[in-house]
Design a protein around this ligand. Structure first.
Ligand code: GDP
Length: 183
């Protein structure tokens, strides 16, 4: 999945991970962000995939390396190596399936167990385009994120709504924390 610009000069390389229940839209969020693509089929491959994208934040060029579980979450087989070195995490649920929202607690627990203590977390309510099937209100999502002291945004990978914003929110926050550490 890596793009050709890997050798381009960048100021920072960040690793971030996508987590959440199966079929919430993680891989489509990633392909939207990295390649501006959307897939209607569920992804068949099992294993870890990642994609890169270069982003300018202020005067710095950041290479974001985003990891996708590529279906492993179905078997609860995500291991500590997936989280190792990650500075950011997108915790994704599907606004049309309450169970995926209820499971956020479990994902957060795992993230806080395996992830770095200052990992940047963004809760993402995906499938915003399916308003008529919504089971979790925006208010509920926001309240959950506020309580857990993490960021929140609703997206649609299908309609490319807020996808760029969600990743940018995470990457900008990581950049802020990293530059404070390097002062
Ligand atoms: P993952 O298992 O979390 O990586 O989920 P996928 O990205 O494979 O998506 C699962 C299914 O949801 C696929 O059929 C996608 O086409 C669909 N999907 C993903 N994002 C959206 C979205 O924003 N809106 C709608 N309507 N469907 C979506």
């Amino acid at each position: 999945m890596a793009d050709d610009s890997f050798d381009e000069e960048c100021d920072y390389l960040f690793k971030a991970v996508l987590i959440g229940d199966s079929a919430v839209g993680k891989s489509n969020l990633l392909s939207r962000f990295a390649r501006d693509e959307f897939r209607l089929d569920s992804k068949p491959t099992i294993g870890v995939e990642f994609a890169y994208r270069n982003i300018k934040v202020g005067d710095k060029l950041i290479k974001a390396q985003i990891w996708d579980t590529a279906g492993q979450e179905r078997f609860r087989a995500i291991t500590s190596s997936y989280y190792r070195g990650a500075l950011g995490a997108m915790l994704v649920y599907d606004i049309t399936r309450r169970a995926t929202f209820d499971n956020l607690k479990k994902w957060l627990e795992e993230l806080r167990h395996f992830g770095d203590s200052d990992i940047v977390i963004v809760v993402v309510g995906n499938k915003f385009d399916l308003e008529q099937k919504r089971e979790v209100s925006e208010e509920e999502g926001r309240k959950f994120a506020e309580k857990e002291l993490v960021c929140f945004i609703e997206t649609s990978a299908m309609e490319n709504f807020n996808v760029e914003e969600a990743f940018l929110q995470m990457i900008t926050q990581i950049h802020k924390i990293t530059s404070q550490k390097n002062l």
